[in-house]
Design a protein around this ligand. Structure first.
Ligand code: BES
Ligand code: MN
Ligand code: ZN
Length: 505
């Protein structure tokens, strides 16, 4: 496999635009933008910006693009992309993030390696948020999904990104954006890996290496330790495969944690989901290599949390296994006993995610976490309910769900709350065990969450179903086709923002 992402150097500056150390300028412009103090930009473009405005060829509409040369004495940049931001008062950080990705991809296409992005003032987005979003977007553009092509078309990368703000060079915000985007790219690379490469053992090995490099404490539990802990649900899923399961445990323990809280992050790590004996149809089954995206999100969020020194202790748990229909596989009707002691009647072996997560959530609780979030490509039903741009949120109390929703909004990972009324528990009634692992088609995303709730104890807990959002079927101007890295920035933003939730319950 060749390199799939590179992390450029990212700096923030207030230097005059003409002195920016870049070949390529990305100039975000609002509708009806007279460029305030920056009118020299239009002159440097040879008047092409104002001419395009007059001709009606460019109006600053959201994501609209205009290329111009840049010339003139003492101007270092040679060329510019003007990108529309829409109305100044309606700007969002996510729009800036996307504009920066559009700019970064355009620069790479033209083989410019050093770019500068201008942070334009808007009353709707504070400067530090704007600088962070631009840094994130530019670094997210430095990702390439075609990792196994042997043709030698050499890929052009960005190696330097400068964010230019008129007044305030917020180096911390730029660094936060760089780290969050780099960690998102790592998660994308892992999710794009095929199932024969990224087996549970390989996933655990890579997690250990990446986590150690970020100064996290790492423990990998093998099949023997998993058996000793009596994780019957994780072992039940793993039975059908000749690849042994693993449980990855990551710890972030800052010396001076500002809070007593311990954030527990649990991610589904199915490295390939055939469905098991309840086997899936062959059409699109190849996509099930991304069924470890929740696990990748937890790993990469933990890396970001450590590198950005979040003010709260965090524990990340990733149960990882294949779901295969081997000769020793669990069968519909089998009864599994979870590590917590609760019994489950397996009606459908394809509802495997909730099984491995249940044991992992119990383990997180046994390690003393006070707040729980799990992330999983859990149900096709969630894709039906919310589509492919919005993740489903389930949990309690509503205040904790709202914290996670707001973190996802800041991160640019859109999510929305779904109901979890007690009556839904009836969907999982079993004749012979405590409950079943499937609730039928109606409300399928909700019954999956109801199952997980059984393993959340009485902790504040949120389940994020990313089945629809983990994989982009079509490329967008701001997103490559394939794994999206959804969840990484949400979980990291949540931990970074612990001051606003850690003392509540
Ligand atoms: N990994 C799948 C969910 C999934 C489906 C993710 C489509 C992405 C796209 C999960 O393990 C699964 O198979 N869920 C079943 C549950 C059912 C058997 C109750 C589903 O959604 O069909
Ligand atoms: Mn499945
Ligand atoms: Zn699955």
């Amino acid at each position: 496999m060749h390199t799939v992402y590179k992390t450029p150097a990212v700096t923030a500056t207030t230097r005059p635009i003409r002195d920016l150390d870049a070949d390529f300028l990305v100039i975000p412009v609002f509708e009806n933008d007279d460029l305030n103090g920056e009118r020299e930009l239009d002159r440097a473009s040879g008047g092409e910006y104002s001419a395009a405005l007059l001709r009606g060829a460019f109006a600053g509409k959201l994501y609209e693009q205009l290329f111009t040369p840049i010339s003139g004495d003492r101007w270092k940049p040679r060329s510019a992309l003007w990108v529309g931001l829409g109305p100044r008062t309606e700007l969002t950080a996510e729009q800036l993030r996307r504009v920066a990705t559009i700019g970064g991809l355009a620069a790479r296409q033209r083989r410019f390696g050093r770019i500068a992005l201008l942070a334009r003032w808007s009353p709707a987005v504070p400067v530090s948020r704007a600088v962070q979003a631009l840094a994130e977007g530019a670094v997210l553009a430095n990702y390439e999904g075609t990792s196994y092509k042997t043709s030698d078309d050499s890929i052009a990368w960005l190696d330097r990104v400068e964010i230019r703000a008129a007044r305030d060079a917020d180096a911390k915000a730029a660094e936060r954006g760089r780290v969050l985007a780099e960690c998102t790219n790592v998660a994308r690379a892992l999710s794009n890996e095929p199932g024969n490469v990224l087996t549970p053992r390989e996933f655990a090995d890579r997690a250990a290496k990446l986590a150690r490099a970020a100064d996290l404490k790492v423990e990998i539990l093998d099949e023997k330790k998993i058996a000793a802990l009596k994780m019957g649900m994780l072992m039940g899923v793993a039975r059908g495969s000749s690849e042994p399961p693993r449980l990855v445990v990551l710890r972030y323990e800052p010396k001076k944690a500002a809070h007593k809280a311990v954030l527990g992050l649990v991610g589904k790590g199915i490295t390939f989901d055939t469905g098991g004996i309840s086997i899936k149809p062959s059409e699109n089954m190849d996509k099930m290599k991304d069924d470890m995206s929740g696990g990748a999100a937890v790993l990469c969020a933990m890396m970001a949390v450590a590198r950005l020194r979040a003010p709260v202790r965090c524990i990340g748990i990733i149960p990882t296994t294949e779901n295969m229909p081997g000769g020793r596989a669990m069968k519909p009707g089998d009864i599994l006993t979870s590590a917590e002691g609760k019994t489950v009647e397996v009606l459908n072996t394809d509802a495997e995610g909730r099984l491995i997560l249940g044991d992992a959530m119990w383990y997180a609780r046994s390690l003393g976490v006070t707040h729980l979030v799990d992330v999983a490509t859990l149900t096709g039903a969630c894709v039906v309910a919310l589509g492919k741009t919005t993740s489903g949120l389930f949990g309690r109390p509503a205040t904790w769900v709202e914290q996670v929703r707001r973190a996802s909004e800041r991160a640019g990972d859109r999510s929305w709350p779904m109901p979890l009324f007690d009556d839904y528990k009836d969907l999982l009634k079993s004749d012979i065990a405590d409950f079943t692992n499937t609730g039928g088609r109606a409300g399928g995303a909700i019954s999956a969450a109801v199952f997980l709730k059984e393993f959340a104890g009485d902790l504040p807990w949120v389940h994020m179903d990313i089945a629809g959002t983990a994989w982009a079927e079509e490329p967008r101007p701001y997103q490559p086709k394939g794994a999206t890295g959804v969840g990484v920035r949400t979980l990291a933003e949540l931990a970074l923002d612990a001051d606003s939730w850690a003392n509540l319950r």
